[in-house]
Write a protein that binds this ligand. Sequence first.
Ligand SMILES: [Cu+2]
Length: 164
Amino acid sequence: MTVFVIVAIVIVAGILIFVNVGDDDSGTTTTNGNGAGSGGAGSGSGSGSSGSNSGPQTFTVTITDSGYSPQSLTISPGDNVIWRNDGAQENWPASAMHPTHRVYPGSDIEKCGTAEENNIFDACKGLATGEDYTFEFDEVGTWNYHDHLHANLRGNIIVESIVN
Ligand SMILES: [Cu+2]
């Protein structure tokens, strides 16, 4: 009876030893590191527009058979002026001086009919009733103009630099 108990103890002990030895913990515990979550921080920086200038403006000069209205117009660089013919006769707005039209920088009646026609202060033709001509003034100064078809009809555009 005691022999059986001893044998049993030995067997159990052997099993425990075997288990402990065989279980050499070479366990590579791969800790799947789910690191600290990167919370998306909202970067809400509004694009503030410094609304100091209202931008380029457009002015209209009305043409009648008796001339331009207003005859003198003050604008800022980059503004546009539209001449609209409400008269019965044709009208050809163009930079001084008649007949060469060279006072406004870059302008010259000889550029009419060329690729530069759209960049000069010169309608380059008589505007019929209801027609208009637009020019953007970038140069500061007082710019006289006239009707090339009736050179006694005159006006001027005064371009003043922007004062903040
Ligand atoms: Cu002229």
